[in-house]
Design a protein. Structure first.
Length: 272
């Protein structure tokens, strides 16, 4: 990155209405979070997609969505559950095709339990990867067909490398890596994982998406940037070394503070 990166944000359609000027002023990237729930995906979401297209008419930033994730893992041992998860992901990709989104966030199957226990059972690590492939197989093909990339976000991941290896195992441009800074900071503070910038370094150019949220290392706070204890200069120094140009998405609970979060990054000279 030769110039300061431009950050975007994660928002619902209602929040896009409120922050449309901020979003459009620098062609900021957007992650829509209005297509996560099963009730929406199982229903008639076409009017919601049409509203997205209207609101984003003339928007030049990159568009993605947060995919479904409630109540499941992409590495379930139960084949019936895997079938439901596959269906949900395909529904999410149908939304992407309808609104022109080129990225969909999905959640890592790794937990803090995994870190200590996968190697205690012969073949468990390989079996988890195999189950993930079975779940994602059809979704990867669909994503390739529509030019969309599924980015795997760290949730409880203590090892910053293992999820990168999982993404690479697909050998597909449709699977890449996401980092949530607050999740990584929680893992650092609570489970002894490395600090956030190490997650960036481990991902390297496989990294295509970042959730920017601040936290204290105790819980998944989603505070406005500058309100927690994440070392942002270290994070952005690591990001500056990448060539993959990941989408930098502010994802905070109080959406009214999105412009303030962006302003904070500008005030410390790391982003705009």
């Amino acid at each position: 990155m030769s110039t300061l990166p431009v950050v975007g944000a994660a928002m619902t359609l209602d929040e896009v209405e409120l922050h449309r000027d901020w979003l459009f002023e620098k062609s900021r990237d957007l992650e829509l979070q209005s297509f996560v729930d099963a009730e929406i995906l199982n229903g008639d979401w076409a009017p919601r997609a049409a509203r997205a297209r209207r609101l984003l008419d003339g928007h030049d930033g990159r568009l993605g969505i947060h995919g479904p994730f409630w109540g499941f893992t992409i590495a379930s041992e139960d084949p019936d559950i895997r079938a439901i998860v596959t269906r949900r992901l395909l529904q999410g990709l149908d939304v992407c095709a309808a609104i022109g989104a080129t990225q969909m966030v999905i959640h890592s199957p790794y937990t803090s339990w995994s870190y200590n226990n996968l190697d205690d059972n012969a073949g468990a690590r390989e079996a988890l990867v195999e189950r993930t492939h079975m779940t994602l197989r059809d979704a990867v093909r669909r994503a390739e067909d529509i030019g969309c990339t599924m980015v795997i976000e760290n949730i409880e991941d203590k090892d910053p490398h293992i999820r990168v290896a999982l993404a690479e195992s697909f050998n597909s441009p449709a699977v890449a890596v996401s980092i949530d800074t607050g999740h990584a900071h929680y893992a650092h503070g609570y489970t002894g994982a490395p600090p956030v910038d190490y997650y960036v370094k481990a991902a390297g150019n496989r990294l295509q998406h970042v959730h920017l949220q601040d936290a204290d290392g105790y819980a998944d706070r989603h505070w406005s940037l500058g309100e927690g204890s994440i070392h942002w200069h270290a994070v952005f120094r690591a990001l500056a070394k990448l060539e993959s140009n990941p989408r930098l998405i502010i994802e905070i609970k109080d959406k009214s503070k999105i412009p303030a979060s962006s302003a904070f990054l500008a005030s410390i000279g790391v982003a705009q």
